[in-house]
Design a protein around this ligand. Structure first.
Ligand code: PLP
Length: 412
């Protein structure tokens, strides 16, 4: 049995995941690589099968029943995402491939139209590479600057430094709602309010947040909010860009093609209103169907109880890991998600991951696409266990027992 919290029991969630029944190297799978991607509940798998079995069609064109049904499903997905994020309207939601594409879209469309020489883009050091490199690319082109916002020793964003770095030159602040390597949950509402005082826009990367706690983009006042479906129990290849209506409306197309136009001629082409203007070509229709099923599945739980359960499991895991000789955790911000990055004395993180895999335990080792965040701790690589609502204290115990066997077997 897992630890229970309020109205949530992980066993209720677990039974929906066929993959959690499989054996890996002769052991039941222990999936602790949720920050990389989450597993999919049968409701999502069945929704995909049903879509392809009964509905498959292209959307927004074609006057036939299946086209209408597929369009309805796609637009129902858009409405569900808007509700999930607390957006004012489905028209504030643009479908993309994932977080990375959403950030590149903003950089290439909004960035190219709004950035110029001498402008600053503030990016905290804990960001994922996908919230650093797109800004570097557009900064190079527009001769703007990407300015890193430093971290404190525990992995929190240095708020004094942030306040000092903001200026009338700041056009954009790009912050993660939760760090994929340190677990840090920054105070995005306060940081956004401060950025707005200087007239800067704020993009919040919710890739690691949306599966763990409720999000309200209007309350946070974010100008952009982005996430990937595959990190919230939905398929790969589908993601979301939320934008404030007036900001999205001001954005020029970033890709051209079908779906994004109003009319085309060699003399003059006009574009569709947003969100279609930013969705060139055939979208990932089944991905949206899967995302809708995933959001319905997740929101069928009491999300406050889920968040409390995950926080309890994280405390349990932190305590248990602290008993492993030579283990040091990386990042200790007080507000955090259940991402446990660690090093083990005398062990290469890749060896640790390989050892755990032999026991059926999946964790990640490497730079976690956040090299500046690891460099802040003088590290190039680390091991990372990341938890989700279907993980249990028994699985944490298995992780710790396997790590102890590794340290016991190491020559002293
Ligand atoms: N941002 C954060 C915080 C992430 O953790 C990740 C993926 O790990 C990404 C962005 C990139 O997500 P994707 O590869 O789904 O585009």
């Amino acid at each position: 049995m897992g630890r229970q919290s309020g109205g949530f029991s992980p066993e209720t969630a677990r039974k929906d995941f066929p993959i959690l029944q499989r054996l890996v190297n002769g052991h039941p799978l222990v999936w602790l690589d949720n920050a990389a991607t989450t597993q999919k509940p049968r409701q999502v798998i069945e929704a995909l099968a049903a879509y392809y079995s009964a509905t498959n069609s292209n959307i927004h064109r074609g006057a036939h029943t299946l086209a209408r049904e597929a369009t309805e499903a796609y637009e129902a997905g858009r409405a569900a995402v808007a509700e999930f994020l607390g957006a004012a309207s489905p028209e504030n939601i643009v479908f993309v491939r994932g977080t990375t594409e959403a950030i590149n879209l903003v950089a290439q469309s909004w960035g190219r139209a709004n950035l110029g020489p001498g402008d600053d883009i503030l990016v905290p050091v804990l960001e994922h590479h996908s919230d650093i490199v797109p800004w570097q690319l557009i900064a190079k082109e527009t001769r703007a600057r990407v300015v890193p916002v430093p971290l404190g020793p525990d992995g929190q964003i240095d708020r004094t430094a942030y306040a000092d770095l903001l200026s009338s030159r700041t056009q954009l602040v790009a912050i993660s709602h939760a760090s994929n390597v340190l677990g840090t949950v920054p105070p995005v509402r306060e940081m956004t309010a401060l950025a707005h005082r200087y007239g800067a826009k704020v993009l919040v990367d919710g890739a690691q947040a949306v599966a763990h706690f409720p999000v309200d983009v209007q309350e946070m006042d974010a100008d952009f909010y982005v996430f990937s479906g595959h990190k919230i129990f939905a398929p790969t290849g589908i993601g979301v860009l939320y934008g404030k209506p007036e900001v999205l409306e001001s954005m020029p197309p970033w890709q051209g093609g079908g779906n994004m136009i109003d009319s085309v001629s060699f003399a003059h082409t006009t574009y569709a209103p947003v969100p279609q203007r930013l969705e060139a070509g055939t979208g990932h229709i089944s991905g949206v169907v899967g995302l809708l099923a995933a959001l319905n599945w997740l929101t069928s739980f009491d999300r406050g109880a889920v968040a409390a359960y995950e926080q309890g499991l994280m405390s349990y895991a932190q305590q248990a890991l602290s008993m492993v000789p030579g283990l040091e955790t990386v990042g200790a911000a007080p507000d955090r998600i259940a991402v446990l990055t660690f090093t083990l004395a005398g062990q290469d993180p890749a060896t640790v991951a390989d050892w755990l895999d032999r026991d059926g335990i999946a964790i990640r080792a490497g730079h976690h696409c956040a090299q500046p965040a690891l460099a802040h701790y003088g590290l190039e690589t680390a091991a990372r266990a990341s938890l989700a609502l279907y993980n249990t204290s028994e699985e944490v115990d298995q992780l710790v027992a396997s790590l102890r066997r590794l340290t016991d077997s190491a020559p002293s």
